[in-house]
Design a protein around this ligand. Structure first.
Ligand code: S3P
Length: 449
């Protein structure tokens, strides 16, 4: 969050729908791709032009950090950004600490970039980010030659001294994490030789696709050990003209809203459906949702579609754990959908959710139970016995715990409750989806006092 969000008071939120939701909306640009567009543009020599950049606080934190390290970044219209890069190896030491706000992606990917530049950088963050584990990134980056001084538990604030003589490594990811994978690949950009990351389960592959587009030499191979991604270092990146597709993680909220408010029909256009990101749509279809994808096309090297969903009552299932990486940010809103399904939904293998912007298993279980849902919290997941389409009681104030996706999930849950649901603080929504409220209003769900 920005300085204002730190100092201002919590902003409670209640959303109401007085009838079915209807209409067509376009959600803002993909957060993961927006961060990477700025970062790779900052490392290219020449001007990268980006259209459709997400102008949420997390991405703005990335832009500010890159500017502080010498990149020239300007905005000329809504979503249109120009980046004059400094070249791989050309980042400068910032004069002051860099504030990462709430953004884990900015923090972990930039740590990778900085780790193989001979600069000293201090990173700070808000209360949520300062609780999140960074050892998963400092560990491989230490092997590459960077050194770190961290707060207890390996957390922010931390100071990194980047390696003057970086070493290439072969790193098998201990957790399925696109952020860790990307941090090592980005460190590999300014490292002599070949840096390899091995992932057992495929995570979002935007770094690989985009680095190849910027001209980096990448080799990807499926092996018995997993997917091996090798980057050849001391790369030269060529500037690009990019269009950022719509964020499937933001589209998830209006789509599930349409599913649970009886009689609704909503279309979200230009939604990224990269197979490493489309797990929610696949799981909702397995649960019987009436979803169609039309106008499938390519935008900025990614497949996008217009996604239409009609209200309906889902059937509970056992969600296959291997789908998790392709919908890792969508579980809070899937839990909401499951709370209105017929029968039991069992979700396991989700321990990673405990180290997101909040502990998403505990935060969601507490809020769902407070609103009358039947939920059992497991160490690695939730069991949710749905209402069979009946409205939940609601009537509670739920804690969003500085977590944008928790805040939006409970705002949506409130659309099908007998009594209003109050989200204690909606400010974090601005980190990823600043247009959430106006777009929901366009569909017929608006704020109450
Ligand atoms: C992201 C990767 C995921 C996701 C995050 C964005 C990325 O994190 O939760 O919102 O852009 O690489 P993990 O890599 O920690 O799973």
């Amino acid at each position: 969050m920005n300085a204002d969000s730190h100092t201002s008071q919590p902003v409670p939120l209640r959303l109401f729908a007085y009838g079915p939701l209807a209409g067509t909306i376009t959600v803002p640009g993909d957060k993961s791709i927006s961060h990477r567009s700025l970062m790779f543009g900052a490392l290219a020599v020449g001007e990268t032009i980006i259209d459709g950049l997400l102008e949420g606080e997390d991405v703005l934190a990335t832009a500010a950090a890159l500017r502080a390290c010498g990149a020239d970044i300007t905005r000329t219209a809504t979503g249109r950004w120009h980046v004059h890069g400094v070249g791989v190896g050309g980042l400068l030491q910032p004069r002051t600490a860099l504030d990462m706000g709430n953004s884990g992606t900015s923090t972990r990917l930039l740590m990778g970039l900085f780790a193989t530049h001979p600069i000293t950088v201090t990173l700070t963050g808000d209360a949520s980010l300062s609780r999140r584990p960074m050892a998963r990134v400092t560990e491989p980056l230490t092997q590459m030659g960077a050194t770190f001084t961290t707060a207890p538990g390996g957390c922010l604030p931390l100071t990194m001294v980047g390696a003057a003589l970086p070493l290439p490594i072969r790193y098998v990811l201990p957790v399925a994490s696109a952020q860790v994978k990307s941090a090592v690949l980005l460190a590999g950009l300014n490292t002599p030789g070949r840096t390899t990351v091995v992932e057992k389960i495929a995570t979002r592959d935007h770094s690989e696709r985009m680095l190849a587009g910027f001209g980096a030499q990448l080799h990807i191979e499926d092996t018995p050990a997993g997917r091996e991604i090798t980057i050849t270092g001391e790369a030269e990146l060529r500037p690009q003209q990019l269009t950022v597709p719509g964020d499937p993680s933001s589209a998830a909220f209006p789509l599930v809203a349409a599913l649970i408010v009886p009689g609704s029909s909503v279309t979200v256009t230009n939604v990224g459906i990269n197979p490493t990101r489309d797990g929610l749509l696949r799981v909702l279809a397995m649960m019987g949702a009436d979803i169609t994808q039309t106008n499938i096309r390519s935008v900025g090297g990614e497949t996008v579609a217009d996604v239409t969903i009609n209200a309906g009552v889902l059937t509970g299932i056992e969600v296959p754990p291997d789908v998790a990486p392709s919908m890792i940010d969508e579980f809070p809103i899937l839990f909401v959908a499951a709370a209105f399904a017929h029968g039991r939904t069992t979700l396991r293998g989700l321990e990673e959710l405990r180290v997101k912007e909040s502990d998403r298993l505990a935060t969601m279980a507490a809020g769902l139970i407070a609103c009358g849902a039947r939920v059992t919290e497991l160490p690695d997941g939730l069991i949710i016995d749905g209402s069979g389409g009946e409205p939940l009681a609601g009537g509670a104030t739920v804690a969003a715990k500085l977590d944008h996706r928790i805040a939006m999930s409970f705002a949506i849950l409130g659309l099908n409750c007998r009594d209003a649901v109050t989200v204690d603080d909606a400010r974090p929504i601005a980190t990823s989806f600043p247009d959430f409220l106006p777009l929901m209003a366009k569909l017929g769900a608006s704020k109450g006092q």
